[in-house]
Design a protein around this ligand. Structure first.
Ligand code: NDP
Ligand code: MG
Length: 383
């Protein structure tokens, strides 16, 4: 029985993780979880999973009412609550938080000698250097949940890392893949939230439309697999059936395919190195018929190029990029700025940032604050 701690239990990945756990009650047991503001989900999960002993919510008031309702459970709140869960007793942490809020629990879990199944890509984008160091120090494993990285992870099984020539990350292109740059000036939040292939949380759906998400995934792959940026390529693939590929020195290319359903990479992260049945119709390639691939247009999607630039320069720049994006992404969703302004803000932040090393969590928090404040100032000017 694998005892699972789940942060972000009320989100898109969190809900699908619960679904995977429920499909294999003899193998997986939920022992603790965290949600943000959706206290109703916490209430339901506390009733549904008797083995849960720890639960965290974002707000103190929600925590107080849950304490009254569930006196035999430990109810926590705020950032400290997430950290307490990350440091508690379990076998694997599923980090399905969104944004930089996921970094501290990822690091706390590793530093308290736990393996992490990671959906929260922002952890690695910002603090890849710190997380990689902690993993080595504590002899722990980070298992990817992001579909592209799960695909690469699956293509690496049974092969040798030193014989990898190239990682090829596929990209659907998001909601606006067929729009010109001029058309992007007037797109709405509702249009941006309608992803053609995947149903995901709001932030990542916008990040997919700007292709910031694909840039993040390049950075994420760099830290997860220890492959230089020069050996990580992005390939447009609108059908989202080939989830990513690995090319080896002999030019053999391994690809992982499947329907666009996040439960597969979530389940694989929990069952690895085993595979388990999943109640999903089999992939029908005859029905898919034709799969398309093309090179990405980095002029059309400048944030993809920016992620490479920030990653290759290193230091605090990817953390600044993430923070500026987090603020700009939220402002677009709040109808405070137009879509294309997200790009302007994030590019401006990376180019104007005082470059510095990222050796300590202090460096990281400073970079995060700087990037967030830079973006907020630009947004204030506009409103
Ligand atoms: P959602 O927005 O759907 O869910 C985010 C979760 O995090 C919610 O449970 C939310 O709680 C919780 N949360 C957010 N902020 C806080 C906070 N400060 N304290 C406590 N809880 C918090 O996001 P997704 O599930 O889409 O994405 C999660 C992560 O996985 C992201 O990093 C994303 O990039 C990555 N990912 C997602 C994919 C997908 O298909 N969705 C695919 C690949 C990667 P609440 O809602 O209760 O406030
Ligand atoms: Mg992905």
């Amino acid at each position: 029985m694998k005892r699972i701690a789940l942060l972000g239990a009320s989100g898109s990945i969190g809900t699908q993780t619960i679904d995977v756990i429920l499909q294999h009650p003899d193998l997986f047991d939920l022992v603790s979880f965290g949600v943000g503001t959706r206290a109703e989900t916490a209430r339901n999960l506390l009733k549904q999973f008797p083995d849960v002993s720890l639960c965290a919510v974002k707000n103190e008031t929600d925590a107080l009412s849950l304490m009254k309702e569930f006196p035999d459970k430990t109810i926590l709140y705020g950032e400290a609550g997430l950290k307490t869960i990350a440091e508690s007793d379990y076998d694997v942490l599923v980090n399905a938080l969104v944004g930089f809020a996921g970094f501290a629990p990822t690091l706390a879990a590793i530093e308290s000698d736990h393996d992490v199944a990671l959906a929260n890509k922002e952890s690695l984008v910002c603090g890849g250097e710190l997380i990689t160091r902690a993993l080595a120090l504590h002899g722990r494993t980070l298992i990817p949940i992001d579909s592209e990285h799960s695909a690469i992870f699956q293509c690496l099984q049974g092969n040798r890392m030193r014989q990898v020539k190239r990682l090829i990350i596929t990209a659907s292109g998001g909601s606006f893949r067929n729009r010109t740059r001029e058309e992007l000036d007037s797109v709405t939040v509702e249009e941006a939230l309608a992803h053609p292939n995947w149903s995901m949380g709001a932030k990542i759906t916008i990040d997919s439309a700007t292709m910031m998400n694909k840039g993040f995934e390049v950075t994420e792959a760099h830290w997860l697999f220890g492959v230089p940026y020069e050996q990580i390529d992005v390939l447009m693939h609108p059908e989202s059936i080939v989830h990513s590929m690995v090319e080896y020195v002999d030019k053999s290319v391994m690809a992982q395919m499947g329907s666009p359903d996040m439960r597969l990479p979530i389940q694989y992260a929990l069952s690895w190195p085993d595979r388990l049945p999943l109640d999903e119709p089999p992939l029908d390639l005859a029905k898919a018929g034709t799969l398309h691939f093309s090179a990405p247009d980095t002029e059309r999607f400048p944030l993809l190029a920016l992620a490479y630039e920030a990653g290759m320069k290193g230091g605090n720049l990817s953390a600044v990029m993430n923070a500026a994006n987090e603020t700009a992404n939220a402002a677009f969703r709040n109808h405070e700025i137009p879509f294309t302004m997200i790009e302007d803000i994030v590019i401006g932040a990376v180019h104007d940032a005082p470059y510095g090393p990222l050796k300590t969590p202090g460096d990281l928090y400073a970079a995060d604050e700087w990037g967030g404040e830079y973006a907020a100032a630009k947004i204030r000017k506009l409103n």
